[in-house]
Ligand binder design. Structure first.
Ligand SMILES: Nc1ncnc2c1ncn2[C@@H]1O[C@H](COP(=O)(O)OP(=O)(O)OP(=O)(O)O)[C@@H](O)[C@H]1O
Ligand SMILES: O=P(O)(O)OC[C@H]1O[C@H](OP(=O)(O)OP(=O)(O)O)[C@H](O)[C@@H]1O
Length: 225
């Protein structure tokens, strides 16, 4: 397949650009800041662009602006060498990729949530954007539940009687408070991770390792403030 879009163009020294799958939305805001702190100058005018492929030959990288949930797929198939993705998506998608680095950004947690007066139901139903994570969690507890996949506004489900509990992300807790819901259990903590395609990790090891080192320094510098 021949694609003349700059993704496969070489940098000044003739090397192919490192292809980075960058999630749009929430994570982009904090990830682009971290990259800048790590010495990868993503121009601020990219923050509002509708462009889907952004080349930065001066730093040897091109960015694929992706829907967050698609990042592991791009990386598994090697159309992106590396990517940034929340641990939530990584757990749900379960793709064959290397997890290289915890970037420590976009922190939140995956939790079981319900009404304050929740009681075990005969046929319990759990609504979530993360059916695989939720099914595994309840299976390991030995609890039989029906998992209902939704795509957003998950907190509605217990309010309108679709499900008696939900599995969803909690960050500040504001959505729960405003809807009279309570966090019943935390399943795992979430931060964004740097992931790599298995072949790219071998073939472009020097570039990937160099980026990891820079990011690690930026993360450590933040932690020491
Ligand atoms: N409060 C939060 N709610 C949801 N995700 C959060 C939160 N804080 C951090 N995150 C991280 O951000 C990612 C979601 O980002 P974002 O909301 O931009 O994507 P999205 O859910 O695909 O958005 P949408 O479907 O609304 O376009 C999650 O995968 C998670 O890792
Ligand atoms: O604890 P908080 O700070 O309130 O954040 C948690 C909320 O944020 C996310 O929703 P999002 O804004 O992504 O909208 P969505 O319902 O469309 O998924 C998540 O699904 C929770 O609803």
């Amino acid at each position: 397949m021949s694609l003349d879009n700059g993704l496969y163009a070489p940098d000044q020294s003739g090397r192919e650009l490192l292809k980075v799958a960058m999630p749009k939305g929430r994570i982009y805001k904090v990830a682009s800041k971290l990259f800048r702190e790590a010495g990868v100058p993503i121009p601020t005018d990219f923050d509002d662009t509708r462009k889907l492929i952004i080349e930065l030959p001066e730093v040897g990288m091109s960015f694929i602006m992706a829907k967050p949930v698609d990042v592991p797929t791009y990386v598994e198939y090697g159309v992106a060498d590396i990517g940034i993705v929340g641990k939530d998506v990584l757990m749900e998608e379960n793709k064959d990729v290397y997890e290289l680095l915890d970037l420590g950004i976009a922190k939140c947690r995956m939790s079981v949530i319900g009404m304050p007066d929740w009681k075990p139901a005969i046929n319990p139903r759990v609504a979530t954007k993360y059916p695989s994570v939720a099914s595994q969690y309840f299976r390991e507890l030995g609890q039989q539940v029906e998992v209902i996949k939704l795509n957003g506004s998950i907190e509605l489900a217990p309010l309108i009687g679709l499900a008696d509990r939900i599995v969803d992300m909690v960050e500040t807790g504001q959505t729960l408070r405003e809807n009279g819901l309570v966090e019943m259990e935390t399943i795992f903590g979430i931060t964004s991770r740097l992931i790599a395609n298995r072949v790219s990790y071998r073939m472009k090891n020097e570039e990937i390792q160099s980026l990891c080192d820079k990011l690690q320094h930026a993360i450590a510098a933040k932690a020491s403030v």
